[in-house]
Design a protein around this ligand. Structure first.
Ligand SMILES: Cc1ncc(COP(=O)(O)O)c(C=O)c1O
Length: 247
């Protein structure tokens, strides 16, 4: 559609929340859509209720679409999931079974929006994908109909891992904000004197631990790496010990 994407840098001092000020600074009369992702990959940040309201109001004032990637909505700690749709009618929500039900690879997701916005999407979608295979549909149906205890159980587990990882990283001098959502944290690695790519390569070579350089998500990620705790606590403990031995 020849749209020009304009990035908004999320700042550590705002705990990586998209602030109304930052958004207002980038909006012009040419802006058509705001794309957001909260709970946020890679920072683990969430938005406050007042942020949802203020961002919705700005979108409404400028009459632009708001596309909200909500894939981590169920992976939250001491935080009540919010939804832009509650505040703004012109919201399009994308979601997936990959995170909530660990169904990554099954390739099933969904879009939620007012019918008038969904209908035009179908014109493209129905020619791009024939249909989703039946076993995946059945699995997704079973997931949605279940009592959701599997989700709560995993969130309890992620919380344990999160608390451990964040404590360890901070003890190592890598300043890490406690994420309120997702299974990622985003340590500031500037104290090592390396940038995000150098540090990621260093860990890979020195101790065979994989993290993602912050610059994979934008230039302002140069002082950060993304650490995932979507693996067992046992493996995470091993990884943290290895990192501790080389920094
Ligand atoms: C923010 C975000 N959106 C979307 C996706 C993609 O989800 P899926 O694998 O179900 O397409 C991911 C997966 O990593 C993600 O982190």
């Amino acid at each position: 559609a020849e749209a020009k994407p304009v990035r908004i840098d999320l700042k550590e001092e705002n705990e990586f929340r998209l602030t109304p000020e930052d958004l207002n600074e980038k909006i012009t009369e040419k802006t058509k859509m705001l794309i957001t992702c909260y709970p946020n990959n890679p920072t683990g940040a969430v938005l406050l209720e007042e942020d949802y309201k203020a961002i919705s109001e700005i979108c409404e004032d400028h009459d632009i679409f708001l596309l909200s990637d909500d894939v981590y909505e169920k992976i939250v700690y001491d935080y009540k999931p919010q939804c832009f749709k509650k505040y703004y009618e012109k919201t399009v929500i994308t979601n997936s079974f990959s995170k909530t039900y660990a169904m990554t690879g099954w390739r099933i997701g969904f879009v939620a929006a007012e019918k008038e916005y969904i209908t035009p999407m179908l014109r493209i979608h129905q020619y791009a994908a024939g249909c989703l295979n039946t076993p995946t549909q059945e699995a997704a149906y079973a997931a949605l109909k279940s009592d959701q205890e599997c989700v709560r159980e995993m969130v309890r587990e992620y919380r344990k891992r999160r608390d451990y990882v964040v404590k360890k990283l901070n003890e190592m001098g890598l300043k890490t904000i406690l994420p309120k959502g997702t299974f990622y944290c985003y340590p500031n690695i500037s104290s090592t004197g390396m940038n995000s790519v150098e540090f990621s390569n260093y860990l890979l070579e020195k101790c065979r631990v994989v993290v993602v350089p912050g610059t994979a998500f934008g230039d302002n990620g140069k002082d950060f790496v993304r650490v995932s705790f979507a693996t067992s606590l046992e493996k995470i403990k091993e990884a943290m010990e290895r990192i501790e031995n080389v920094i």
